[in-house]
Design a binder for this molecule. Structure first.
Ligand code: SPV
Ligand code: MG
Length: 533
């Protein structure tokens, strides 16, 4: 729903609704979070917060800038206190267009003359605009609005300046006749009686708005009974802030330290929350500089069954479609913003001729396992890191889905039953549930992992692609280092770390299922299938 529509809904509600003052994006965010269904952008508090007087001193551009920053942060509709409309009818038309463009819900203009003075200052001496002129302004505004729901409220200051009830009613009636969507009747009386009398004599349907700054103790039921549509709490957040700021400033000045005020003030973390710092972290993942993304590719072993093709080069350099197999994975990684790529070599290190990566070497590749190879690249095993075998080929979307995961550790698992049929000794996975048969957004977690998971229990096979993030990579790196020191640790596979994290430590590891669309190169048949991937 648009902001003008939402504001209109508040005015049309059978209950008395309220809107709360906000003078910048921060106070708007706070007001909205409190549950306020709408906001009042008050000329008094906007100007006070800006270090100016409420005497039409702020320019249209200045207030529009502030309003823009507010609508950018909140959904709650804003009723803007437009004073006298920033000039004559034509200036008001400009204002209305600009407010519509900034998704402000509506504007309220008052029947004073420029430069206006706040209603509570020398109110008796204030001059009201001629009725005809003000009605012309209302009509001009209605003709200019770009959104048919945009609200133009007309405010009469007849009661404020002491012109009396019949003048107030007469003016209100003519403003409504000119097209005003609502009437704001302002009063500086200390009880609700004056506005109540106005309401008892108001026979039209246009909703009535009041600003009980001076008659603040009026119970809500009284507003409801009298038929007030909208109550404006017009300055309360800025007044609250002023008291809190003065208090803390005085305490610091008096004691020379901030020690005593710490418990009274919002934490720095709270400021970050109000600024939506978390939203930035999320956007950075999608749009931001991705240099912190790393990848470690394990390419140390020769493998078996491909003797001819690997005579002079490691498996990942076998040409697929005219290019070394590993190039395809490098392309995918770079397309996902992974710039810092490490490759652990072992067999035929010189045969691994690729550019733009950092090499690490496991000279004992024949006697040791994957964990030993990985430990050579431990300096790269931190932050946000993709862990993969160098000899796998997969379709690009698989990596894209992995990069979209926000879990600390995520594994890509093939949920097809192919690994059972082929009888190959892959890294079998038991996840919290088998893969879905159709489209499903359920999340799956790792239960156990290893070559020995029985056919009936395994739900898939790890394709040799994982992502570790933040705390996930720290936990993984720490456990990998520890497992390596155990007897036989040198020969362990990566899968042993995931298995131990899930089974022994109960650490949540997310499983993303795919169906085929990948290959690890172990045979001539795999090389042939690699062309298709
Ligand atoms: C404002 O909040 O700026 C108003 C209401 O216009 S009052 O201050 O009471 O005039
Ligand atoms: Mg005002």
């Amino acid at each position: 729903m648009t902001a003008p529509r939402r504001l209109r809904a508040l005015l049309e509600s059978p209950r008395t609704e309220y809107i709360l003052e906000a003078h910048n994006a921060l106070s708007a965010t706070i007001a909205e979070a409190s549950g306020a269904p709408g906001l009042w952008a008050s000329s008094l508090t906007l100007s006070a917060a800006y270090g100016m007087r409420d005497n039409s001193e702020m320019t249209m551009t200045q207030v529009l800038d502030i309003l823009e920053s507010m609508t950018a942060r909140v959904e709650a509709p804003i009723l803007f206190d437009g004073d006298t409309g920033y000039g004559q009818f034509s200036h008001f038309q400009q204002l209305v267009k600009k407010l519509c463009a900034r998704e402000v819900g509506g504007v309220c203009i008052e029947d004073k003359v420029f430069p206006k003075t706040n209603s509570f200052l020398q109110s008796e001496q204030q001059q009201l605009a001629p009725v005809d002129e003000f009605c012309g302004k209302i009509r001009a505004g209605k003709d200019a609005q770009l959104d048919s729901d945009f609200v133009i409220a007309a405010r009469t200051e007849a009661l404020i300046t002491g012109l009396g009830m019949s003048e107030a009613l007469d003016r209100a009636e003519q403003y409504a006749e000119a097209g005003a969507d609502a009437i704001l009747v302002h009063s500086k009386a200390h009880t609700f009686a004056q506005v109540q009398e106005f309401l008892s004599k108001w026979k039209r349907n246009e909703p009535i708005i009041c600003v009980p700054t001076t008659y603040y103790s009026t119970p809500t039921e009284a507003f409801q009974q009298a038929g007030v549509s909208l109550v404006i709490w017009a300055n309360h957040l800025l007044r609250a802030a002023v008291t809190a700021m003065q208090d803390v400033a005085q305490q610091i000045a008096g004691s020379g330290t901030a020690r005593g005020v710490e418990d009274q003030i919002a934490s720095v973390k709270e400021l970050f929350r109000l600024q939506d710092t978390e939203g930035l972290t999320e956007s950075e993942r999608v749009y931001g500089q991705r240099s912190p993304f790393r990848a470690i590719l394990l390419a140390a072993t020769r493998g078996s069954g491909l003797d001819d093709l690997t005579r002079d080069r490691p498996k990942c350099m076998i040409p697929i479609g005219g290019k070394p197999a590993i190039e395809k994975q490098l392309q995918h990684l770079r397309a996902e913003g992974v710039r810092d790529i490490s490759v652990v070599r072992g067999y035929k290190p010189k045969g691994l001729a690729i550019d733009g990566v950092t090499f690490f070497d496991n000279h004992r590749w024949q006697q040791t396992g994957e964990l030993s190879s990985l430990s050579e690249a431990r300096s790269a095993l931190k932050g946000d890191v993709v862990l993969a075998y160098g000899d796998i080929l997969y379709k690009r979307y698989i990596l894209h889905e992995l990069m979209a995961s926000d879990a600390p550790i995520t594994l890509v698992v093939d949920g097809s039953r192919e690994f059972l049929e082929s009888g190959k000794q892959g890294d079998r996975v038991q996840a919290s549930a088998p893969p879905p048969s159709g489209y499903d957004e359920s999340e799956y977690t790792l239960v156990a992992m290893g070559h020995d998971i029985p056919d009936g229990v395994a739900t898939g096979e790890w394709i040799g692609l994982a992502r570790l993030r933040g705390e996930g990579s720290t936990r993984f790196a720490d456990l990998a280092a520890e497992l390596l020191t155990r007897p036989g640790g040198e020969k362990l596979d990566i899968a042993a770390v995931f298995d131990s994290l899930a089974r022994e430590h109960g650490y949540p590891i997310r499983v993303i299922y795919v169906q085929r669309d990948w290959v690890d190169i172990n045979s001539m048949a795999d090389v042939a299938r690699g062309h298709a991937v």
